[in-house]
Design a protein around this ligand. Structure first.
Ligand SMILES: [Mn+2]
Length: 324
């Protein structure tokens, strides 16, 4: 089993590079920092590397100040890439002779299985949970104190604050065991869910004003043009999660958020579409019908077209899913 092989690589090695997918979220970087803290307690020498440095919203994670933003030199016994489901998300790595074997640790169902060893456990709610399983394999001791906070953040982020349908009794017990190690749940959850930049709050205002309701109240759609980003000063990343506001509207089965990415222009029109369901409707089917993909409750697609055309096609695809 691949986790055993990864654990053996840790036991037998001494110097490790630990990184995660580019534009990291709390699960990606939290898993990397948690693993690094564990390696340190085991007497190993980890280097945590995050291409382009730590995003400002994740600076609260314990250990983030030790993260290096460029590939460090020297030989490593192995390189861990956390939470990366696709090769395109992997940061620039040292040459194979320096990186050692590349070990991917992940929990995504869809994976292109790059890396020499893939520890992919899709029953885990977060990559952070896979890291905790690795610790149980490595040690009978309590989770290291410095690992507890980033791993709690990893699990809290990927379960939406212990709310998503995948949250089980085991998830809560896992969270409880980390709180017992001294983690402040408020520090983590306020940083993860409530510390919004002014520009992001202004963008949310635009999103709420632009919300349309279709299909007898079962579908909420928001279209965001570049003008909304220009008015508010917000970045594309700040739209993250705003599709959920459509889903919050009572009676809505499917919410869609359509936006023009900053990379689009007149010569290369592009509309990105995020889809969310109430838990019953299947938005993966909607995305697939449009040429995209995803999960039943969260999916997406990108269309090389204009906003009016994308709007029409998305509404039609949602209609056939709701009425099908
Ligand atoms: Mn994850």
């Amino acid at each position: 089993m691949s986790r055993e092989l990864a654990v053996r690589a840790i036991r037998e090695g001494s110097r490790f590079l630990v990184t995660c997918h580019v534009r990291p979220d709390a699960d990606a970087l939290g898993s990397a920092l948690g693993l690094a803290a564990m390696l340190r307690v085991l007497g190993k020498e980890p280097v945590v590397y995050c291409q382009d440095g730590v995003p400002p919203n994740l600076l609260f994670l314990t250990g983030s100040s030790e993260v290096v933003g460029t590939t460090p030199g020297g030989r490593f016994d192995a390189t861990f890439v956390m939470d990366a489901a696709a090769r395109v998300l992997v940061p620039v790595l040292p040459s194979r002779s320096e990186s050692g074997p590349v070990i991917v640790v992940d929990h995504h169902a869809a994976h292109d299985d790059f890396g020499e060893l893939v520890v992919r456990e899709i029953d885990a709610c977060a990559t952070g949970e896979v890291v905790l399983r690795m610790w149980s394999d490595l040690s009978d001791g309590a989770v290291p104190a410095d690992a507890a906070q980033p791993l709690y953040a990893a699990v809290a982020a990927d379960t939406g604050g212990f709310r998503y349908p995948g949250t089980t009794g085991d998830t809560l017990r896992l969270g409880a065991s980390l709180l017992d190690r001294g983690v402040s749940t408020w520090t983590v959850s306020s940083n993860l869910f409530e510390r919004w930049a002014r520009e992001r709050m202004a963008l949310l205002g635009e999103v709420l004003r632009a919300m349309e309701v279709h299909h007898e109240g079962r579908c909420a759609v928001v279209c965001v043009g570049r003008d909304a980003f220009e008015r508010t000063g917000a970045t594309d990343e700040m739209l993250e999660g705003m599709v959920n506001y459509g889903r919050m509207l009572d009676g809505v089965k499917i919410a869609a958020l359509l936006w023009v990415p900053r990379t689009a222009d007149a010569a290369r029109p592009e509309i990105k579409i995020s889809l969310r369901s109430d838990g019953e409707a299947d938005v993966a089917a909607v995305a697939v019908a449009l040429g995209g993909g995803g999960h039943r409750v969260a999916a997406g697609v990108s269309l090389a077209t204009t906003m009016p055309e994308a709007h029409t096609r998305v509404l039609a695809a949602i209609r056939s899913q709701l009425d099908g």
